[in-house]
Write a protein of this length. Structure first.
Length: 346
């Protein structure tokens, strides 16, 4: 190698990776350093890079599906970084990463792109999984338990709730699995919030099957919850078929979301990051309500946190999706990842 070439190579600046450029873009959008401004830790910067990796995959996948649609039904807005509302995204990413929510970890948080017709850009909304709810509750919650014991109750199990009274200094339960290989029908579940230093504050919360089914999404997928689904053969609907589903895992998920979602927020701990997360939740609901008003006026309300994915065969065999229907499909597919991850853990 000549001296000239070697010197040129030595002077060539190192190029940042795409995720590093994204982190710098986030830092440009959100003021850092100085009194009252945001200071990103090394760990938080790593998490921000993970948000880039996850969202980059979501955008690429969505773009492939957009291009696969016939030109007549294809939206003109490309799923690309140049069409993302970076100011909103930057503030949201800083807020969620400050809590330690990692989009590459199971059941933490999922990004969903929504087209904003006013700005002709994609606003990225984040939906928290039950692990994400737990992490947020532990950071911002008031009187957060030291531990939580989650259990499912079957008809052949023995369960007795012991309420706190003059004879019992703490709330507790007796639970015995009489036959682990034949537990009977799933009847519901319960969890105990445990305070190590103050057992008198311990609390047992019971959710019957009826209680859990109240929280079942309006359009729950039989693939996860069990029941009947449409049977498709060569793109044609051929009646119904029964699906066993993963009801046990869905009950566990519901118990955990119920527990951590019920933790009261400590006003002393509220900061700008928490306000951003609240705004994100409001944006997610607003996006869903707008679609419900347009498409399901005077019909049953859809719980945005619990939407399930439609079967791929059904999606492919239906007519081309409108813009709002495409956004809804993306939401359902993204939220279904949490159910798949729960299923994978068993």
């Amino acid at each position: 190698m000549s001296t000239k070439t070697k010197k040129k190579n030595e002077l060539a600046p190192k190029k940042d990776s795409p995720s590093e450029r994204f982190t710098k873009a986030v830092m440009r959008e959100v003021p850092t350093g100085g009194q009252g401004n945001v200071v990103l830790s090394k760990f938080q910067k790593k998490l921000i890079q993970n948000y880039f990796i996850k969202l980059d995959g979501v955008l690429k996948e969505s773009e492939v599906k957009r291009l696969a649609k016939s030109e007549q039904y294809r939206d003109s807005l490309e799923y690309s970084w140049s069409n993302v509302n970076m100011n909103k995204l930057a503030q949201d990413v800083v807020a969620f990463s400050s809590v330690g929510l990692d989009p590459l970890q199971k059941n933490h948080i999922n990004p969903i792109p929504y087209k904003n017709n006013k700005t002709n850009q994609f606003d990225i909304t984040f939906i928290e999984g039950f692990v994400g709810l737990e992490l947020k509750a532990k950071k911002y919650g008031y009187d957060v338990p030291d531990d939580v014991n989650f259990q499912l109750k079957y008809s052949n199990d023995t369960f007795k709730l012991i309420k706190k009274d003059t004879n019992n200094k703490e709330e507790d339960f007796i639970f015995e699995i009489d036959d682990a290989f034949n537990r009977g029908e799933l009847e519901g579940g319960f969890y105990k919030k445990i305070y190590f230093d103050k057992p008198e504050k311990n609390e047992v919360v019971v959710l019957t099957r009826q209680d859990i089914e109240k929280r079942k999404p309006a359009y729950a997928s039989a693939e996860f919850w069990g029941g009947e689904k449409d049977k498709w053969v060569n793109g044609q609907k051929k009646g119904k078929e029964k699906v066993e589903g993963w009801e046990e895992e869905m009950f566990y998920k519901t118990l955990k979301r119920h527990c951590w979602g019920k933790i009261a927020i400590d006003s002393v701990k509220i900061d700008e990051n928490y306000h951003r997360m609240l705004q994100n939740d409001q944006d997610a609901v607003s996006n869903q309500i707008r679609k419900d008003v347009d498409e399901n006026a005077n019909k049953e309300y859809i719980d945005v946190e619990e939407l399930e994915v439609n079967e791929p065969e059904q999606i492919q065999s239906k007519k081309e999706l409108s813009e709002d229907e495409e956004n809804e499909r993306i939401l359902q597919e993204t939220l279904a990842q949490e159910n798949k991850q729960v299923k994978a853990n068993f």
